[in-house]
Each structure stands twice: as C-alpha cells, then as structure tokens.
Design a binder for this molecule. Structure first.
Ligand code: FE2
Length: 256
C-alpha cells in the first residue's frame, strides 16, 4: 500500500463520535468503543490455534505493508494456522493501528502483540499504570484489544496515598527481581493483594471493544491489569500512536 490508506475502512470516522471519544478519554482516562469486526476477522479470532508463546511482537514506525508482513511472520509462529487466519489477524492488527494512528494524527505507532499460553499468573490482578515510555511526563493514549481471550481490566483508585506507597514498594521490589526471585515473588503477591483493597474495578470492555486509556503520566495514567485467564490462552494487542521522535525515543529505551 506504500502510504496509501489500508483497506477496509479505518477504525473510526473522524466525525463527532471521535471527538466525543477523545473528550471522554481526557475526562475519565479510559474509553471503550466497538471495533466493528468483519466476518473474516471474527472467524479468524474464533479459529486461531495458540500452541506456542513466541517472543512478543514489536514494531515502531508508520502503518504500512512492512508492518503487515512482520505481523504475518509473527502469527505464523504462534501455532499451526491456515494462511487465511494468519492474514486476517495481521490485517486486523494493522487496521486497528491505522485507525488509532489517524485518530491521533500520529506519524508513527508502537505496535505490540503478546501471546500467552494458559497461566494462573493474573488470578490476583496486577493493577498498575503504564509509564516510562518517554522522558517527559506528558499524557499519551494507548489502544488495547484482546484478539483472543479476556479483555484488559480497568480500575479507579480509592485511596491515592496508599496506592502511591504500594507503587513505590513495587518499584523497589522490581529492582531485586533478578537477584532474588523467591523474595521478589513473595513481595509481589503481598503488593498485588494490598492493591486490591486500594482500587475499585470498573466494568471491563467486551470482547468486541477496544479500549483507549491514558499512559506515561505518573499521576493521571489509568490503572489496569491483565485479566484472569480462566485456563485459556490469550492474544493481546496494543498500539501507542505518537510523533516519529517520540516513538523512536521509546524504541531506543525499550531496547536497552
Ligand atoms: Fe500495562
């Protein structure tokens, strides 16, 4: 497509609906919207087989043919799936990325896809804010969508002081992750359990809704967690749109 818009139509029209969505996002820190799945996309999401958990997919750049090609390579690695399914999933991720890139008038995107085999890791939620993408404390907005499995959970803070204390303790704990994994795990569970008392979960998105939420700002970023997996596997996608130099800044930081 080389700079040409992706087919089918972008995720959202740039009309009133989009303006309302951005206002809700600014005010509440999170907004859900119907992604308008096509029959082919829904079919691929229902049928995809997850047999492996390859290294996560990362792409930093404009939405173009190269992204689609790299997504196809990635989806080829997660299991033994028909070409049609792989192509439909790749097109779905690219379509969502294209929509959000246009919505935010961005030049570039970070597109990330993660595949999970069944795990109990998130039975106790990992409530957290996303931060540290950029040196600045500016608010950015990220799109998340569950291609397979449960959607991301969202929450609001009930006790900001206790939340911040636990956040600091979590940062200290993360710094010992590699040197003392037993101690890390124990402390991690303690923090996660206490966080459950400090936040209140809101109604999660449905399986056909994308969610946009605030990231990168230490104060205003939206609290969220991976969902309980209920013994199933999961494919999760996220897109962070932004100016070229910002996405490159994140790329450089993430590769350190
Ligand atoms: Fe997160």
């Amino acid at each position: 497509m080389n700079g040409e818009p992706l087919e089918p139509e972008p995720l959202q029209d740039i009309g009133k609906e989009n303006v309302d969505k951005k206002e809700t996002l600014k005010e509440k820190g999170v907004v859900y919207f119907d992604v308008g799945l096509t029959q082919e996309e829904r079919y691929a999401m229902e049928r995809v087989q997850i047999e492996r958990e390859p290294k996560e997919f990362d792409y930093y750049g404009p939405v173009n043919d190269e992204l689609v090609k790299k997504l196809t390579d990635y989806f080829n690695r997660i299991g033994d799936n028909a070409e049609e399914i792989i192509n439909n999933l790749s097109a779905l991720v690219a379509r969502m990325a294209d929509g959000v890139q246009k919505d935010f008038n961005a030049e570039y995107c970070w597109v990330n896809v993660r595949t999970f085999l069944p795990t109990n890791e998130y039975d106790i939620p990992r409530w957290h804010k996303d931060g540290g993408y950029f040196k600045s404390n500016e608010e950015f907005y990220k799109l998340v969508f569950p291609i397979k499995g449960s959607p991301t959970r969202f929450a609001k803070v009930l006790d900001a002081k206790r939340y911040e204390k636990l956040e600091r303790e979590d940062a200290i704990n993360n710094s010992i992750r590699d040197e003392n994994s037993e101690e890390f795990k124990k402390e991690n569970i303690r923090i996660r359990k206490e966080l459950m008392e400090v936040v209140e979960e809101i109604e999660p998105p449905s399986n056909e809704q994308g969610a946009l939420y605030t990231v990168n700002n230490r104060q205003t970023s939206t609290i969220h967690s991976e969902p309980k997996m209920h013994g199933g596997s999961r494919i999760f996608m996220q897109v962070l749109p932004g100016p070229k130099e910002k996405i490159e800044e994140w790329e450089n930081r993430s590769k350190k």
